[in-house]
Ligand binder design. Structure first.
Ligand code: NAP
Ligand code: MG
Length: 471
């Protein structure tokens, strides 16, 4: 059995207690590796390494830091297949999704951030004032399991480019993507201490890392519940907080929309990655008069596409949930949907096979006060709601504690854009528009604080100083 240590100060280091935990393949429940189960002492060592490395790294010129990071990108590109394979093994997303979405996303987003860095002015001259921007110090990067490699990339690329050094605490379900990241950093030859990896539990080492007095920035992606707790951790030292939290995003289908395109978009986000995507369009809002037609289109789409199976198989779209816990959570939400009176159009059950599988599930006749319309399920579950007027549809879409993503479909593009402007979310997709790796990603309301990617991501990791000169 392969075991993996922490990566601290440019060296692979065993956790001080010599404890390790299993990493499970969710598709067959087999143990695939063991990783360090660290304690607070290991966090202290990693933070000290990052703190020591900060002054020299922060002092490098823009071009010198860029050279390191361009080389890191080249090494990452070389390992694109390893990234996809590692994610498949510990997360259980389909091979197609790992290879076509998860792995390339990191490369494309890193490229886009490097481009934004090139164009970014780190100094500005005002009247007898030089405004300069630089790193904060040590950034604690605490990341989730659903995009286990890219969630790290989204933090460390801008944090390091800005002059900070980092300590990464990855999700316990998916530490192997973080280990691979550290291997790539090592191969790229970043100076020691600039990137450090400590594995262990969120409540044990994650919490301690966030509270550490030598950490200047807490950059967290994960649940809103944990994110709220981090406010308190940030307070005693007035730390900068970057939070990318949950979502319950709506796809608002205006009357007369292309129903096949609507269903393909919404269902795609709850089937790919098994719906474990924070920006998934989990609430589908359709006109009441078109509901019956939508039901037909949904049934056809799922029959044709929603193939559940081993993520290794080329035709699998839906693999297992990441863990037994996540599977149970999803099944509990499905049960609540039933109890609260939603109509189960399809799915709704556990799948009796090894691995943490749940049937792709669609509820219709969902109202926005039901738990399955309000809370993030993080599974292959779609809730279909109806509306009478466009005003009501906008109200329903905005009636959520979250505000991460959204989509508006409609036969008239300009009208759809006008509706998009009224949605209180960080992103809105019009019809079949595709994403852009340079675009800001992040949420309104309880979906977070700050933005990731491109120039917006960079700015979250920059301190600003005004130097007043005598003439
Ligand atoms: P989570 O339980 O909040 O965990 C996220 C990370 O925080 C993990 O590394 C976890 O460690 C750690 N953690 C847990 N408790 C902690 C604590 N008290 N102090 C410090 N760290 C702690 O979330 P998850 O279950 O992994 O991921 C699912 C959630 O993430 C969903 O709500 C989803 O919407 C959100 N998410 C948001 C975005 C976004 O960009 N907005 C992207 C992806 C996911 P352990 O793994 O050891 O518990
Ligand atoms: Mg958790």
């Amino acid at each position: 059995m392969q075991t993996y240590d922490n990566y601290i100060n440019g060296k692979w280091q065993a956790p001080s207690n010599h404890e390790y935990v299993d990493v499970i393949n969710p598709a067959n429940e087999e143990v695939v590796a063991q990783v360090a189960y660290s304690e607070q002492k290991d966090v202290d060592t990693a933070v000290a390494a990052a703190k020591a490395a900060f002054p020299a790294w922060n002092k490098l010129s823009k071009e010198e830091r860029k050279e390191y990071m361009v080389h890191l990108l080249d090494v990452m590109k070389k390992h694109e297949q390893d990234i996809a394979d590692t994610i498949l093994k510990e997360l259980g997303a389909s091979r197609t999704f790992c290879e076509k979405a998860q792995a390339p996303m990191s490369i494309n987003e890193m490229e886009a951030t490097l481009k934004a860095y090139d164009a970014y002015n780190f100094t500005e001259e005002l009247d007898h004032v030089t405004v300069m921007k630089e790193g904060f110090g040590v950034v604690a990067c605490i990341t989730p399991w659903n995009y286990p490699f890219n969630q790290i990339q989204r933090k460390i690329t801008p944090a390091l480019l800005a002059g900070n050094t980092v300590v990464v605490k990855p999700a316990s379900n998916t530490p192997l993507s973080a280990v691979l990241y550290a291997e790539i950093i090592e191969e790229a030859g970043l100076p020691k201490g600039v990137f450090n990896l400590v594995m262990g539990s969120g409540s044990g080492v994650g919490d301690y890392l966030a509270s550490h007095e030598d950490v200047a920035v807490i950059s967290f992606t994960g649940s809103t519940a944990v994110g709220k707790g981090l406010y308190e951790k940030a307070a005693p030292h007035v730390k900068k907080l970057v939070l990318e939290l949950g979502g319950k995003s709506a796809l608002l289908a205006l009357p007369g929309s292309d129903k096949q395109a609507v269903v393909k978009k919404a269902a795609g986000t709850v089937l790919n990655n098994q719906g474990q995507t924070c920006s998934a369009l989990t609430r589908l809002l359709v006109p009441t008069s078109e509901l019956n037609e939508y039901k037909e289109v949904i049934l056809d789409f799922y029959k044709e596409n929603a193939k559940v199976g081993n993520p290794e198989d080329a035709d699998t779209m839906v693999g297992p949930m990441v863990s037994q816990d996540q599977k149970e959570t999803v099944l509990e939400y499905i049960e609540k949907g039933r109890q609260e009176g939603a109509n189960l159009l399809l799915g709704g059950n556990d799948i009796d096979r090894p691995g943490f599988y749940v049937e792709p599930t669609v509820f219709t006749e969902v109202t926005n006060d039901m738990t399955i319309a309000r809370e993030e399920i993080f599974g292959p579950v779609l809730s279909v709601l109806t509306y009478e007027t466009v005003e009501e549809a906008i109200e329903i879409a905005n009636d959520s504690p979250y505000g991460l993503s959204g989509a508006v479909f409609g036969p008239n593009h300009d009208e759809a854009v006008e509706v998009a402007k009224q949605l209180r979310t960080g992103q809105v997709f019009i019809n079949t528009a595709s994403g852009n790796p340079a675009a800001p990603f992040g949420g309104y309301k309880e979906s977070g604080l700050g933005r990731e990617n491109g120039k917006y991501g960079l700015e979250d990791y920059l301190e600003v100083k005004a130097i007043f000169k005598e003439n």
